[in-house]
Design a binder for this molecule. Structure first.
Ligand SMILES: [Zn+2]
Length: 310
């Protein structure tokens, strides 16, 4: 669909509450309304107040019961408008000046989108294989005081990039082998080709597959290998974070997954993708914070299926 027609359609949707509600409803049921609990779809009872009841399991529900949209209390036309602004990357504080909506409402809605993206990306997290670039970097503004890897206010991020494929990025508490190796073991397939720099945490990769170390002199690789894919993502991510003018530390993992999502789906229609995500009923992933004394809380990646954590 040409871009201008699509934008025009979004404009029409965001101007009409009924049209936008119908848009979400059609996507929610994809043909026929059914019971969200037992999937029964023949003869669903219509009750008062836009409620429905399943004759088989007697579950009473509304159109958006169980989805992320159930938690949103703003008109559907505004939802369309805000998703569109989110896709364009307009920060909440800029929108307040244009719209007569409370800043907290916008922030809450944006956080919901980020939460949906975060949960979805962790659920969909698969082991990467093939040619993999592996590296870590630091995020965080310039500060006075200590510099380098352990500096205060900085966040270390670890990334795995499958060449011609997807990236997975994780906030980590250190760049030691104890931290990075479990991530590599869990999210890459044995027998892959690993491209890394010369950092000592990667020495045992040779036991998992082919390990190609990239030696740099004066910033240039001397063996014609590179980590360009991953470096491209780091600069993409830093650009986005700069654009947001700093993000709250306790939500950093949400922002990181948002950027990862943008990067991994950069060729697709993000509006449709996000609208579809908000209509899912994926159960939130439990994020636990370590009790040990730590300057900043680090989320632990705990998936629903397995209990091992990082
Ligand atoms: Zn049912």
């Amino acid at each position: 669909m040409p871009r201008n027609i699509q934008e025009n359609r979004l404009f029409q949707l965001s101007n009409s509450v009924t049209k936008s509600e119908a848009y979400f409803r059609a996507r929610r049921w994809q043909g026929r309304r059914h019971c969200p609990r037992c999937k029964y779809q023949r003869k669903i009872y219509h009750l008062k107040g836009k409620r429905f009841r399943c004759p088989r399991c007697l579950f009473t529900f509304r159109d958006f019961t169980g989805t992320y949209l159930e938690r949103v209390k703003i008109p559907f036309s505004l939802i369309v408008y805000l998703i569109n602004l989110f896709v364009l990357g307009v920060p909440a504080f800029r929108i307040v000046k244009e719209l007569d909506v409370n800043k907290k409402t916008i922030e809450k809605f944006f956080r919901l989108i980020r939460e949906a993206i975060y949960n979805h990306s962790l659920i969909k997290l698969k082991q990467l294989s093939g040619e993999l670039e592996i590296d870590k970097t630091m995020f965080g503004g310039r500060r006075s005081g200590k510099r380098g890897w352990g500096a205060e206010g900085k966040q270390i991020v670890f990334g795995i990039y499958q060449r011609n494929g997807k990236i997975s990025a994780f906030p980590v508490s250190s760049r030691s082998e104890d931290t990075l190796l479990p991530l590599i073991k869990r999210y890459t397939k044995k027998g892959s080709i690993y491209y890394t720099d010369e950092w000592r945490a990667y020495v045992s990769l040779v036991f998992r597959g082919k390990h190609i170390r990239i030696t740099k002199e004066k910033g240039k690789s001397i063996n014609e290998q590179n980590l360009n894919g991953l470096e491209g993502f780091w600069s993409y991510a830093k650009h986005w974070l700069y654009h947001y003018r700093g993000v709250p530390r306790k939500y950093f993992h949400y922002y990181l997954k948002e950027i990862e999502f943008r990067f991994n789906h950069r060729e697709e229609n993000l509006f449709e993708k996000i609208a579809q995500l908000l209509l899912t009923s994926e159960k939130p992933i439990k994020i636990t914070f370590p009790k040990r004394k730590q300057k900043f809380s680090q989320p632990i990646y705990l998936s629903q299926r397995t209990k091992s954590c990082v």
